[in-house]
Design a binder for this molecule. Structure first.
Ligand code: SAM
Ligand code: DTB
Ligand code: SF4
Length: 327
């Protein structure tokens, strides 16, 4: 039986730094027969992680709606007529109460999301208080607040922030088909600031925006070529939110989604790959295939930011059936 990697030719480019992946090499991973790709990804997964362990993060929208940006997938943009109502920044005590509840349910990380282009100084101060208090509960903390200005990442670090989520979202070449109010390069700038402040980076993207396979491969290559790659890589399946320009976008094929998880695992062997938004429409079998391909993190909460998520009791049943351990 041939157990040699069928993609030996897809090792990082000769004479390039060990971590460099070209877009064509990542695309070639996508083109492999699915069983070969899954085998290779699972091998890499086992070499780096316990394949039966999945990390669980809870998510809370601390500031909902009314965002000035025009991301065409987002129900929180003020530019689209969606079901999301604009709300004020939550009170610190309410956020801490939600974090306690999430911890009791079994989440180890608490992610707080705000519908901002970026935080104002006063807002950042309130968020740092939230971080301090959630951290004091013994949970890991993550925030996603949009673009950061000089000095803001350091303030978050001082408050004890573990992770900053800022997705590259899609290929740089496809970005302006989806978002025009900021540039892909702006995203990279914030990610660099987060990295420089010593905060762990959570960055990934969304599939099903109308992008091509080449675009998907380019996004994976870009994440993999970061030095170092993000510690956490969320792969979101577009949740088609009514009222947004992408509300009627065609769903991505489930095997293409699984291939992306596998490509992320192979190119970022040491990162946590999160099977992120959009699990509600995935069958248990598809999720199991994603875990086999190397996904090892999920959002474990009944609600994402504005969209619903797979219910936690349903997730627990799946974990039990698959013999997965939550960590
Ligand atoms: N405003 C901040 C920003 O854009 O970075 C933080 C919140 S924003 C909602 C965080 C991420 O959620 C986006 O980068 C995108 O990847 C994801 N997201 C938003 N709407 C989504 C949707 N309908 N389906 C899947 N992912 C979505
Ligand atoms: C990420 O990559 N996905 C999360 C989190 N980071 C902040 C957000 C998903 C949002 C899904 C749509 C909604 O709830 O509005
Ligand atoms: Fe605003 Fe973030 Fe939604 Fe874009 S994804 S509209 S920046 S909340």
């Amino acid at each position: 039986m041939n157990t040699v990697s069928p993609v030996a030719s897809l090792a990082p480019v000769a004479n390039a730094p060990a971590s460099k992946w070209t877009v064509s090499q990542v695309e070639a991973l996508y083109q492999m027969p699915l069983m070969d790709l899954l085998f290779r990804a699972h091998q890499v997964h086992r070499e780096n992680f316990d394949p039966n362990e999945v990390q669980r993060s809870a998510l809370l929208s601390i500031k909902t709606g009314g965002c000035p940006e025009d991301c065409s997938y987002c129900s929180q943009s003020a530019r689209y007529k969606t079901d999301t109502e604009r709300e004020a920044l939550m009170q610190v005590e309410d956020v801490v109460a939600a974090a306690k509840e999430a911890k009791e349910k079994g989440a180890t990380r608490f992610c707080m999301g705000a519908a901002w282009r970026g935080p104002k100084e006063k807002e950042l101060e309130v968020v740092t208080q939230m971080i301090r208090e959630v951290k004091a509960l013994g949970m890991e903390t993550c925030v996603t607040l949009g673009m950061l200005k000089d000095g803001q990442a350091e303030k978050l670090k001082d408050a004890g922030l573990d992770y900053y989520n800022h997705n590259v979202d899609t290929d740089a070449e496809f970005y302006d088909k989806v978002i025009t109010t900021h540039k892909h390069a702006d995203r990279l700038d914030t990610i660099s600031q987060v990295r420089a402040a010593g905060i762990k980076v959570c960055s990934g993207g969304i599939l099903g925006l109308g992008e091509s396979r080449r675009n998907r491969a380019a996004m994976v290559a870009q994440l993999a070529n970061m030095n170092p790659p993000p510690e956490s890589v969320p792969i979101n399946n577009l949740v088609a939110m009514p009222g947004t320009p992408l509300a009627t976008e065609e769903k991505i094929d489930c095997f293409e989604f699984v291939r992306t998880i596998a490509a992320a695992r192979i190119t970022m062997p040491k990162s946590y790959v999160r099977l992120s938004a959009g699990r509600e429409v995935m069958s248990p079998e598809m999720q199991a295939m994603c875990f086999f391909a190397g996904a090892n993190s999920i959002f474990y909460c009944d609600k994402l930011l504005t969209a619903s998520n797979m219910a936690t009791n349903v997730d627990q049943q799946l974990f039990d059936k698959l013999g997965l351990k939550a960590v």
